[in-house]
Design a protein around this ligand. Structure first.
Ligand code: MAN
Length: 326
């Protein structure tokens, strides 16, 4: 956007549409930085962009986390994110198609942007679930579309603090299901939950299905990736887990086909860890994070954000992942 630079392209959702493979990437932007000031963009409620500038030598400024600005007891984001569509014939070479809109935050609950979109296709309609960020908190917003040109807005489907929401691509017993990740600073933690809905808008019957595990690679937080993959063994969910040092890896969960609140297994070891230079170093290093994949037979192509800065892809055998679940 005008006056801003792209700091990171990351965390793409993925889907098939019109015979092609598409990504909906998170574009994180900010103004060029100077030695004197820390500046960051926020959306105004009327849709424009305001740039906030803080003196870089202000003692009240905490910049220890490159993603967040802490200033006088308040948190802001260093970058403002919106979502853009890319498409590809082969799932490897992507270009920006003409005449498809970019998706930006709207209203007071998205003034710090929208991020990390999951895309699920249910009965011919695409459900976009993404992180809506504002001073009011981090929450899950939803929009739907059939043609990627016109969108229905549903506002927040899960209020703060919640993110990492993935809707199952099939109803079970007539109901929609979704994974989501509320967070608690006191009792509880950053755990994956399952919810049920008659219409994908009103969610209830919340069940907890996966907690972080002390002493493991996913000891501090866990969150769902994209929509669970239906296999004969159960719903296979690729999820991210991070430890206390904010090292993000991927693992897998297996859920019962008829009753997805029943966890059949989980990988002990990560199925993917940040090891390549572009995963270890970047805007926020030691991160592999996914919210998008496409399936072709046994081949799972996982699209992922590396070091919170780059968009990457990796192929897995679904059978091989299932064999690692205990
Ligand atoms: C965390 C990180 C950031 C993200 C914010 C808001 O700080 O995941 O990348 O921008 O949460 O969602």
């Amino acid at each position: 956007m005008a006056g801003l630079q792209i700091a990171c392209l990351l965390n793409p959702g993925a889907f098939r549409f019109a015979g092609k493979i598409w990504l909906i990437v998170r574009v994180a932007e900010r103004p060029p930085q100077t030695a004197e000031a820390v500046s960051f963009p926020v959306l105004k409620e009327d849709g424009g962009i305001a740039i906030i500038r803080l003196p870089a030598d202000d003692a009240g400024l905490d910049l220890t986390d490159p993603r967040v600005i802490r200033y006088q007891g308040k948190d802001y984001l260093t970058t403002l994110s919106h979502l853009r569509l890319l498409c590809s014939e082969d799932g490897i070479h992507f270009h920006e198609p003409e005449n498809y809109p970019k998706l930006t935050g709207r209203g007071m609950l998205e003034t710090f942007g929208i991020e990390d979109c999951r895309v699920s296709r249910v009965d011919g309609r695409y459900y976009l679930t993404f992180t809506s960020v504002s001073p009011n908190g981090v929450a899950v917003g939803m929009r739907t579309t059939e043609d990627w040109r016109h969108f229905e807005h549903y506002g927040l489907i899960f209020p703060p603090h919640n993110k990492d929401c993935a809707i199952f691509e099939e109803r079970i017993g007539g109901m929609f299901y979704a994974l989501h990740r509320p967070s608690s600073v006191d009792l509880g933690g950053n755990y994956i939950w399952l919810a049920q809905s008659p219409d994908a808008i009103h969610w209830g019957n919340h069940r907890i299905i996966a907690r972080s595990r002390k002493g493991y690679w996913d000891s501090a937080r866990v969150g769902a990736g994209a929509a669970p993959i239906k296999t004969t063994a159960g719903w296979l969910e690729i999820y991210h887990g991070a430890d206390e040092r904010n090292r993000y890896c991927l693992g897998a969960l297996l859920l019962d086909l008829e009753n997805p609140s029943k966890v059949l297994g989980r990988t002990d070891e990560p199925i993917m860890e940040p090891t390549a230079p572009y995963e270890v170093r970047g805007f926020f290093g030691h991160v592999v994070f996914t919210n998008g994949h496409v399936v072709d037979g046994d081949t799972l192509t996982v699209y992922y954000g590396a070091a919170d800065e780059y968009v990457c892809g990796a192929q897995f055998s679904i059978r091989e992942i299932l064999s690692q679940i205990t």
